[in-house]
Ligand binder design. Structure first.
Ligand code: URA
Length: 262
């Protein structure tokens, strides 16, 4: 077995062990593969007070009890590459978003990126072009990336849900649940040094908690051993330009962590 295959096999085994230890259901591609034990809820954590300046959207963790961590669903594609994860996603009909989409917006950029940006879900322009963050919010994100001395080609950009929610409404919990395994698989393949979670849906989904983004932003967190910085979503920054200063502070932290002088 090549070093890369050995490493992937080890990674797969570590991931399985981790999933089974917290009771997460495992979806395996191989026929006849064993499933993990039934999903269980994790321990309750302290309730959060109401945010001071909440983004005007409901919690991504809606449907979970507040302050409760929920299991992380996963899809495992042995010998994973981004192409294989995309193939596994296929012509996805796992949730109702398939009905209104023009196309799936999987992700774009460098598959070996050290920096990954995760947004919420495609809007109208992204749905037309099949590329994440190409509308108005995307133009702001591109500026943010360039201000950080990166380019769109050197980072990777994707979303929590890969299909446009009709009328740009928020993604619903069942839609996030259906799509999340593919986001997790993307991150497992890319193994970036830093993830920037753009807005509450990305931050709350990856961290599996419903703390408001106003409290999460600017604080380093860990996602599967990867440094994660939650910050405001560019669409929110377009509506609330005064908050750009805070977002820039968060991005400067990311630059420092990646050895870019701020
Ligand atoms: N907003 C997102 O969260 N993602 C996109 O791709 C575009 C806008």
């Amino acid at each position: 077995m090549s070093d890369e295959r050995t490493e992937l096999a080890l990674e797969l085994r570590r991931h399985l062990a981790w999933q089974e230890s917290d009771g997460t259901r495992v979806l395996l591609k191989e026929p006849g593969a064993q499933k993990g034990p039934a999903a269980q809820k994790g321990p309750a954590v302290q309730k959060e007070p109401a945010p001071v300046h909440p983004e005007p959207v409901p919690s991504a963790a809606e449907g979970r009890s507040r302050g409760t961590k929920v299991e992380a669903p996963s899809v495992l594609v042995p010998g994973e590459t981004l192409d294989e994860v995309r193939r596994e996603l296929g012509d996805c009909k796992r949730c109702k978003l398939c009905e209104g989409r023009k196309q799936i917006v999987f992700g774009s950029g460098n598959p070996r990126a050290e920096l990954v940006f995760v947004g919420e879900g495609p809007g109208e322009e992204e749905d037309k072009q099949g590329i994440p963050f190409v509308g108005a919010a995307g133009q702001l994100l591109t500026k943010m990336i360039e201000a950080m001395k990166f380019s769109r080609d050197t980072v990777y950009i994707c979303n929590v849900v890969k299909c446009r929610p009709p009328g740009n409404r928020n993604p619903e919990p069942d839609e996030i649940r259906a799509c999340e395994p593919f986001l997790r698989a993307q991150l497992r393949v890319i193994k970036p040094k830093v993830i920037v979670a753009l807005g509450k849906f990305a931050a709350q989904t990856l961290l599996r908690e419903d703390t408001p983004i106003t409290r999460l932003r600017g604080q380093w967190r860990q996602y599967e051993g990867i440094d994660l910085m939650p910050t405001f979503h560019p669409a929110y920054l377009l509506r609330s330009p005064d908050e750009k200063k805070k977002a820039w502070m968060d991005l400067q932290e990311v630059m420092k962590r990646l050895g870019k002088s701020a």
